[in-house]
Design a protein around this ligand. Sequence first.
Ligand code: PEP
Ligand code: MG
Length: 884
Amino acid sequence: MKFVYDFAEGNKDLKDLLGGKGANLAEMTNLGLPVPPGFTITTEACQQYLRNGTHVDGLAAEIDAHLAALEEKMGRRLGDPADPLLVSVRSGAKFSMPGMMETVLNVGLNDESVDGLSRQAGGNDRFAWDSYRRLIQMFGKTVCEVPGHEFEKALDDAKAAKGVRDDVQLDADDLRALVTAYKKVFAKHTGHDFPQDPREQLDLATEAVFRSWNADRAVLYRRQERIPTDLGTAVNVVAMVFGNLGADSGTGVAFTRDPATGEQGVYGDYLSNAQGEDVVAGIRNTLPLADLERLDKRSYDELMQIMATLEGHYRDLCDIEFTIERGKLWMLQTRVGKRTAAAAFTIAAQLVDEGVIDLDEALHRVSGAQLAQLMFPRFDLSSAPEAMTRGIGASPGAAYGQVVFTSARAVEVAATGAPVILVRRETNPDDLPGMIAANGILTSRGGKTSHAAVVARGMGKTCVCGADEMEVSTSSFTIGSVTVREGETISIDGTTGRVYAGEVPVRPSEVVQYFEGDLDPANANDPLVAAVHRILTHADEKRSLKVRTNADTGPDAARARRFGAQGIGLCRTEHMFLGDRRELVERLILARTEAERNEALAGLQPLQRADFLEIFREMNGLPVTIRLIDPPLHEFLPSLEELAVKVAVAHEHGRRVEHDEQMLAAVRRMHEQNPMLGLRGVRLGLVIPGLFAMQVRAIAEAAVALAAEGGRPRPEIMVPLVGAVQELETVRTEAEKIIATIVGDTNVDILIGTMIEVPRAALTAGQIAEAAEFFSFGTNDLTQMAWGFSRDDVEGAFFWRYLELGIFGISPFESIDADGVGRLVRIAAEEGRAARPGLKLGVCGEHGGDPDSVHFFHEVGLDYVSCSPFRVPIARLEAGRAAV
Ligand code: PEP
Ligand code: MG
């Protein structure tokens, strides 16, 4: 196995092996751009090192050979006392993990070569000793785990002794003395002297970079970003170039376009006489990149030329790190640059206009997650104050409200109608009522997988977490000298993680206005709306998956249609049994005779018919899947505790409350230990005479009514929670009889199918398909029953811990568990279609609107996904991306 690649041997497609940085350094080298020479040690070497815990066979010999070639190219030997070659040892994994792993600069310096470096720099002793002390500090911290603050203290002592405040005020002699102090710190902590052998420095630094893959912060970052744990990092050994050699040197970063808007131009920062870490540390203010033209026209012109080359080559926005050493420009890094969601769409559309990419490629350059971000209302920041602080944007949205510090208080204040922001150090399952009541949640601890973040995302509630500058108590929080007390108003942005004092006005998203039909993409002066329109239209042309919506009211159906829904995939009829209809449902449940039950059903039927007619009208010409009632009926009755207390109190006062007593008896009778596994779905239809029949009749009558108006109804009746074909057959036989009497010889056609949401249904799909004209995967229940997780309880109870431990990277209720639940879907799709060719297949669980899941359903070959109206455009986009 080959472990080391010269830059000239690699290319940009070898990111798995060379990491992102190494692959792009190789690509730039091969483009003939000025990259300091070097080589990359592969991620495979890192994996072997981490597995063995010690050295990797054959690696040292390969490094010898590549180092010799590097020395030859540079005309210098590593650490040569007279004229040393120095190298940087830099981490670089396949996926960018900014600042998570280690880098050691100036490797090759020792007590002798420091003088050689000074000579190379034209007798610049100060520079040489400063480089040496930086090496000991970085090497000590990174390689030998010497506490960083010990070095910082020695540096502070040196400045205090001299009576200066700034590092740059220390001269060569001060820095020489500081090196002595640093060496003492090093020896005290490691029990040995700072290694003088340059090659030993290189090997130890390389191993330290390998090990940094498993540093706590890197592990945490990977878990949050869902980066696999076994990739390992590559190590780049690069000849040092120095931006801190005087006024004709410097360092900077640049973008080939504005990463916020996508506009072309000169974007970046430059700092003269500095090294990269000075820019990051913010020691001095940087200059806008355009100023470099004035300072060093030749380097500026060359940089512009290189940026154009890189954009042309990568066909995308690139970001760049560069250094100028005494008027000579060097490229230290490039990569396809990160960008905002808005910029992703506008840049992709611009590149299509410029003929750089085609629309298929543009589709790959954007994502459903980015489109989702563009659909949230946003703060109007034109009149907003500076942010007070910033945490992690854990669940998107813009929320403001009165600050409260306990769950109970959140519930109380929200009950008055006032918007509330619940602020906690961290949340736990006891905070759930407050989180439900609040408009937004803000915590000072925890990351994207903390309890607060997971629960808030599950609820679609705005959340900022880990705002660690905040000190949170039970009645206030403080940031520096500012204190915010209960009752004061703040605003939180769940996308950027910013927190503002007071109420920041919220404005609706332009993208949603466009979907609503309020903004014409052709007239809009807004390049973002035009870009979204263009890319989404292309997705529609390419996708094979249809996109339907889950909706159970006319207005929801109408909105979803405006958003591009091609029908309804799930109309949950139980939502039509609430409000003032509850009384009729109660009568149905309490009925003691057939006559009483029929009377209650007769009361419900015209209401249901009107509901269905409204929805059929809105979806005229498109399929509408109506699910027969699913939840246990006692969900429509008052709670057992409430009733028991009410009746007991009445009895205490010597009063009889006949209705409540009857109700209590019924609730007791119907009580189930595990209602989710109890009398629900198809079981209700089999046990309660007339219930499903009433719904089937209402559906058929509504369809006939629309057809009589000249419309084109396309109803599909769906039976929930089926586990055996016999259940479905029983319901089907009865339904067909009813439909035949109502539809007669009109041209109304009604399909009958089933949900697949019980594992047994998936496993016997071949049999079930005999009685079903369509399947719709209810992946919420299918996930619940495949994992044995209660979908109503687990998210707040223990998922945060599962995510923390990496048992799964995302809740299986959010994104389909392809290996387990997905396998059931695959089996059912294959066996269902084998039994009934042309069987229509869809999904209507929450996963229907999740980007990764949409790709999975495309691959399995479903006909459609169905999701909430707001996720329809996201599913359209992802279905298009899955198809190209
Ligand atoms: C499902 O189980 O996936 C489903 C869509 O039904 P519900 O969420 O109503 O149980
Ligand atoms: Mg279900």
